[in-house]
Design a protein around this ligand. Structure first.
Ligand code: ADP
Length: 455
């Protein structure tokens, strides 16, 4: 129980209120009790002087009336002594005990001194002795005050104040701590749910404080993790699907080879298909490996200076068998450009873009490759006059396994990973890639790269 934040807040509050009340009480007492004591003592002396004055005026005929009046004073006891130290008169409230006046105290006052005695720490009991003379003879007046009732009332007042503060403070903190802690409990429950795979969970909040921010960050995290989980599932299902179709045909054709009688030419044709399907699987695994390594290898970019135009020219030459088989015309407009980048990764990028251009352009079509320096970087455009990509599809083609024509024939090849690799390489170089296209007419991939790639 004590381990919960709620209990801790309540205990912390009560603790701090108690400590501060006690401290303030002590501080206040030390500051004001002394002052109060002096004030009351002065008051008592002033009262004593008035009594002496009245006594002198009443002496000797009206003393009875005076003493009767003094007896009625509720908080004072009075004793009067003559020069021999003999008590002459005594008054006191009925509830009060008579106070004792010691011989030494009496001597001080009869010798003309003022006597003051108070409790060291309080002001409940106070005695003063005042000297006076009548007809040249010394007298001593002692007044004792009892402010016990007043002091009790005062301390009761402070004790009650403390209890009332504690009571209302506790009530308030019990309610407000719940209000503070409740969203954290909700967050905790939601986190537990999320750890079990429920990413749909969202928490409502209107609060603008840190807890509100935490709740909003939690919702954002749940959304992002949900998206990642969706992508992961889609990815696994795409990979399985992509593996499944070549495996199915390999299995089908090997069974046919085993069980059917066929001539040598048909047998070779089936074996060719099996080989081609195996190559497809192997390419898929290579591409997947590359994609995954690009995800994690951003710190391992091997950046060095080289001639970009020469690299592109070499890629075009290397893919000559593909484009000449389709009788494509290739037009190059490459400015002499020196850049600093990861040569191998960019080579893969141009290969993928060019092979797409070749793949999706009909025989006797045309591909233009242009490279110029622009905006402190380089801009490379690869345009083909092939089948094009519709506006809606352009947003999807960089996703892994995405193919516009899912049922396209095996001869075209491709597993839908090529452009994901392209996008990743561009991102790693802090560049940008744009696609524009007209369905049935042309497609342009425009790649922008900074001249000096940063890691
Ligand atoms: P694939 O292995 O299918 O080529 P990519 O990731 O390279 O995979 O491309 C994804 C999809 O984008 C392709 O299946 C194709 O539908 C479309 N695409 C890419 N480049 C072109 C292009 N030059 N012309 C028309 N469509 C293209």
């Amino acid at each position: 129980m004590i381990k919960s934040l709620y209990a801790r807040m309540i205990f912390a509050f009560l603790g701090s209120v108690l400590v501060s009340l006690v401290l303030s009480f002590m501080l206040n007492s030390s500051l004001y009790v002394g002052q109060l004591r002096t004030y009351m003592q002065e008051n008592l002396i002033a009262s004593g002087k008035t009594i002496i004055q009245s006594y002198k005026q009443s002496y000797p005929n009206n003393l009875d009336a005076l003493l009767q009046g003094l007896t009625a004073l509720p908080n004072y006891s009075i004793r009067l002594f003559d020069q021999e130290g003999k008590p002459l008169h005594e008054t006191g409230a009925p509830s009060q005990d008579k106070f004792n006046v010691r011989a030494d105290q009496l001597r001080v006052v009869l010798n003309g001194g003022v006597y003051r005695e108070t409790e060291k720490h309080g002001f409940e009991h106070m005695t003063i002795g005042l000297p006076f003379q009548i007809g040249g003879k010394p007298y001593a007046l002692f007044i004792a005050s009892k402010f016990g009732g007043f002091a009790k009332m005062l301390s009761g007042f402070f004790r009650n104040l403390l209890l009332i503060v504690l009571f209302f403070g506790s009530l308030f903190i019990v309610v407000s701590a719940r209000f503070i802690v409740r969203p954290l409990q909700h967050l905790n429950r939601a986190t537990l749910k999320m750890s079990k795979g429920d990413f749909s969970i969202r928490l409502n909040t209107k609060r603008k404080d840190e807890i509100g921010q935490l709740t909003r960050s939690f919702n954002h995290m749940a959304y992002e993790l949900g998206m990642l989980e969706k992508i992961r599932r889609q990815f696994v299902s795409d990979v399985s699907h992509e593996i499944q179709s070549p495996l199915t045909s390999i299995k089908g054709f090997t069974q046919a080879l085993k069980h059917k009688k066929m001539d040598e030419a048909s047998r070779l044709r089936l074996l060719d298909i099996i080989e081609e399907e195996s190559n497809r699987l192997s390419r898929l695994s290579e591409d997947l490996l590359q994609l995954s390594s690009l995800e994690y290898e951003h710190l391992a970019l091997n950046i060095r200076p080289y001639r970009l135009d020469e690299q592109i020219r070499n890629v075009v030459i290397a893919s000559e068998p593909q484009w000449s088989a389709k009788h494509l015309e290739i037009e190059l407009a490459l400015a002499e450009i020196q850049i600093q980048a990861d040569e191998d990764k960019l080579s893969q990028l141009w290969t993928n873009l060019l092979s797409n251009g070749i793949k999706f352009t009909a025989d006797h079509g045309k591909i233009q490759v242009k490279a110029v320096e622009a905006d402190g970087g380089v801009e490379i455009t690869i345009t083909d006059n092939g089948q094009g990509i519709s506006e809606e599809e352009i947003g999807n083609i960089f996703k892994p396994f995405y193919k516009v024509d899912k049922s396209r024939d095996r001869a075209v090849g491709g597993n839908g990973i090529g452009l994901s690799i392209v996008k990743r390489v561009v991102d790693l170089h802090h560049g940008d890639i744009q696609v524009t296209s007209q369905v049935g007419q042309w497609t342009t991939f425009r790649v922008y790269l900074p001249k000096i790639a940063m890691k």
